[in-house]
Design a protein around this ligand. Sequence first.
Ligand code: SF4
Length: 566
Amino acid sequence: MKKQLTLAAVNAKYSHTSLSVRSLKSYLVKQGFAAPCCVECTINDPYFTILDRIMKADGDIVGLSCYIWNAQLVKQLSFDIKALAPEKTLFIGGPEVSFRERDVFSEYAADFIIKGEGELPLSQYLQGMPPETIKGIMTPAFDNGLAGNVPLEDIPFVYGENELAGLQNRAVYYETTRGCPFHCSFCISSLSEGVRALPMDRIKRELQLFIDKKIRKVKLVDRTFNYDRKRAYEIFQYIIENSRETCFHFEVGADLFDEETLELLKTAPAGIIQFEAGVQTTNSETSRLICRTNSLEKLKHNVGLLKQCKMRLHLDLIAGLPKEDLQSFYNSFDEIYRLKPDILQLGFLKMLYGSKIRREADLFHYIYRKEPPYEVLKNDSISFPELMRLKDMEEAVEIYHNSRSFVTALNYVFDENEIRPSAFFDALGQALKGEGRLSFKEQFALIGRIYRMLELKKSDDFLEHLKYDYVQKNRGPLPGCFANFKSKQASKAFFELLDNEEAVLKYFPWLSVYKPKERKKIVDFELFCFEDEKKLFAFDRKNGIVVDLSPELMYNGFENLCFFSM
Ligand code: SF4
């Protein structure tokens, strides 16, 4: 009797989709096996819902994919599945178990572990080959090492047409390559041999399917997408020519772009391409110790040019790297912050099984958590309290920089003052500590307080810039910390402007199709006094449009109406 296979993935979020189970399923079906039953849940689902769904899938063989973020859950599931159904064969695969020794069986109740890519060992197992002869299979009795690499073109496109239609609003994962040509010591992608890529004509066909189905976001999991400049250029060109609604997210080496590609990227319509690039550190000794060979100068030059493109740019730094002490990390942060990435992610080093840095841990006196995600607690360059201080700073960066809700205010902080970005975010981080979850209004009040506490220049002017950020996101009365220059006459004059078809065509052409009453629901206005310059802006938050109406202040009498009360 043929055996039924269940593949289960516990994703980090509902919006994510599991590429690994889909990839295994596609490959096995192409090899002539019955389609496995796939169960997808998230780590936020109730535990018994996850267990129940896997048990109900009724597979004789159950496969679980294991990552640092679901490892604890997979451990519990493995024991409960085997306790409830000892007759089921349970295997676990994925990066979290691929580089483990046989002692892993004391942590997981698996019959076997798949090390490396699952496609070949699983299909050989289903064909009936004895496990002890299959590369990539480990049991408590033997360890056959890493699996062989499957040719990527042997894995058919993993999404069915009907399935794609249901994934429009989720992040759809896609790979055009496996492997990375680089050898960063903290990363297990560096352990694969070379890079395998799908043929270009197939990639274009598949990109077109995402575009046709109007998928909101496609995240390419390729480890360094632009390792091959010519290949990357051709794919970017295809996306620029064909995508208008689907956004493609790439992990790239920012220093690897050439001038030709940067020129091409300038022509990309807004919102269809996003880049995430790891910088990790700007400390050259640390870079050498973690085997990073990227050129910092080239990276800075390229980021400067990418900033001119209409795309979101995300840069990463890692705290806790060898020989990077607190001051060195602050230097890295300052240098990268000044490049003005849209997102600056502060990560903390994880000592992953299989990574070179974990093997070298004693060289730098690393102490790290023994359980996933194996985060660093200290080393000979940075102490535990210093890392905790950076965690506070990370929260401040998330709330104040990465939210993109304080762009005008933060530009003002660093344009008008000499203060280092690290010092400002450190102060915010310390102030946030113990505050719990702040409301949006409280976040504004806190940054205003810190600005004054640090005795930075022209705090009233800073508050006006902060008010601009606030108004851009919020309609309704201003919080008390902001100066309010609005008067009844000003509102009356603004509404008269919205009744005036000529003025609407000039300043709000997209509103001309609406009746005056509806226009008033869509836009409102606010008055600002930046140093001695009076400004009037209209805000359409729905469409993300701000119109500078300040010229009206001078030419049609707005000024008298608006600023009379000052
Ligand atoms: S960190 Fe990035 S560049 Fe370095 S080995 Fe990993 S995937 Fe490759």
